[in-house]
Design a protein around this ligand. Structure first.
Ligand code: B12
Ligand code: SF4
Length: 362
């Protein structure tokens, strides 16, 4: 069966980084099926063009993933695809929060033939096999544990995502016409990709505005350091081969949530010479640790996103984010600046990007 995984754009900003779910599900697809990927951010198509593409490519199943921000577009595209007689399965955080909406069980129109709730690492292969037999069920959900909660997939046997061989053309930030010239600059800028890598899932904090604890659970699962290092080495080799550049976004919600393990991972990256420029999200309270900051810089870390939603502790308490203390922000930031400024004089540079938002409202 030929399958298309589609990620809708938000119609306003252009998100140039590939979405991990598409590549992960592609890697988890049982043999004997072919999976094509289209990200509306990088390859804009009207609904009509997309339907035409689906017909031309003989696609029999379309998987669409969306955050709430993009879900209206996702539903519109799904409607057009279903009207053309092709089955649609939807998944991701929004569909998991409000499953009845996609299935039209809330009184509204139906947009999907099937939905995948929660993490789909283990349900995706079943969806594909059912769809291939023409026996798609309406709802796919991970198995439940004795408390009635989703059994979370282990990340220990994480699949190999073929970043080193996959066609990433739609995601290169260097325009095609400039590539021959740019590839001759320095170590080569013929391509430039920012690639998402996850090293763990889950968050124990449960901030009121955030989906993550509810979706991925309050205990954390990690990949092995070896599998992360291997992924980095393959990316690095690809960049060298293409005379291009690769940067990585570690999309873990808090890369340093278990500091001991994070340090071990960063040391493994350094020891294997697997450094690429990287960016990650880390909470302010963990950045008091100077050894961690040194390791971040040495392992290729360039930018850290810190969620500083408010400088008013009462606001933080109100959204259940007490662990982040506005009173410490100044010390954390100046500690970071001192450390990274000194280091930048030697070999590396690490910058900080602070995301200020009084409240994130979904
Ligand atoms: C990386 C990231 C981004 C990147 C996205 C770029 C990119 N290319 O990845 C950036 C930084 C740009 C971003 C932006 C935003 N993000 Co964001 N982001 C994330 C983050 C940290 C990781 C996403 C990820 O790759 N996860 C790992 C993969 C494996 O998990 P997954 O995507 O959920 O996929 C699994 C399942 O959901 C399922 N699945 C997913 N899709 C599909 C589809 C099918 C067909 C099937 C079968 C299964 C399936 O299978 C996968 C494997 O189990 C998540 C938090 C998180 N930990 O997931 C927030 C998250 C997705 N973001 C969120 C939000 C709110 C936003 C913003 C709206 C924030 C804002 N206010 O501006 C913007 C919107 C962006 C836009 N385009 O307009 C929310 C979404 C909540 C919701 N209800 O939709 C999340 C969950 C974080 C949170 N705080 O709650 N984000
Ligand atoms: S610490 Fe970050 S990921 Fe965890 S619940 Fe709070 S906002 Fe979400």
């Amino acid at each position: 069966m030929r399958i298309l995984l589609y990620n809708p754009d938000n119609g306003v900003t252009r998100n140039f980084m590939p979405h991990l779910w598409m590549f992960l599900l592609q890697a988890l697809t049982p043999p004997g099926h072919e999976v094509l990927l289209v990200d509306g951010n990088a390859r804009a198509m009207t609904d009509e063009e997309l339907v035409k593409f689906i017909r031309q490519e003989n696609i029999e199943l379309v998987g669409i993933g969306a955050m709430t921000r993009m879900v209206a577009k996702a539903y519109r595209v799904a409607d057009a695809i279903r009207a053309a007689g092709v089955q649609v399965v939807m998944g991701g955080p929004h569909v998991t929060e409000v499953p009845d909406e996609a299935l039209g069980r809330d009184g509204g129109p139906r947009h999907a033939d099937a939905i995948a709730l929660g993490e789909a690492d283990e349900t995706w292969p079943l969806i594909v096999e059912d769809a291939a037999r023409g026996e798609l069920k309406q709802v796919y959900q991970p198995q439940r544990d004795e408390k009635g909660l989703d059994r979370k997939p282990s990340l220990q046997g994480y699949p190999v995502i073929g970043w080193d061989v996959l066609d990433l053309n739609q995601f290169s930030l260097i325009p095609k016409m400039l590539r021959p010239f740019m590839s001759k600059l320095g170590s080569g800028w013929g391509t430039f990709h920012v690639v998402p890598i996850e090293t763990g899932r889950g968050c124990p904090y449960g901030c009121e505005f955030c989906t993550v604890t509810g979706f991925f659970g309050d205990s954390i699962r990690f990949r092995s350091n070896e599998s992360v290092v291997d992924e980095l080495l393959r990316l690095k080799a690809r960049a060298r081969r293409e005379r291009g550049q690769i940067a990585v976004f570690f999309i873990d919600d808090n890369l340093a949530i278990n500091t001991k393990r994070t340090k071990a991972l960063l040391r493994a990256i350094i020891a294997a010479d697997a450094q690429v420029p990287w960016v990650a999200q880390i909470s302010a309270n963990l950045l008091r640790d100077q050894e961690l900051i040194d390791l971040i810089a040495e392992s290729g870390g360039k930018w850290i996103f810190i969620g500083m939603e408010s400088i008013d502790p009462a606001n933080m308490a109100d959204v259940n984010k007490n662990f982040s203390k506005p009173g410490e922000y100044r010390a954390v930031l100046s500690g970071w600046r001192k450390r990274t400024f000194t280091r930048s004089l030697r070999s590396s540079s690490a910058w900080i990007t602070i995301r200020w938002a009084s409240r994130i409202v979904l």
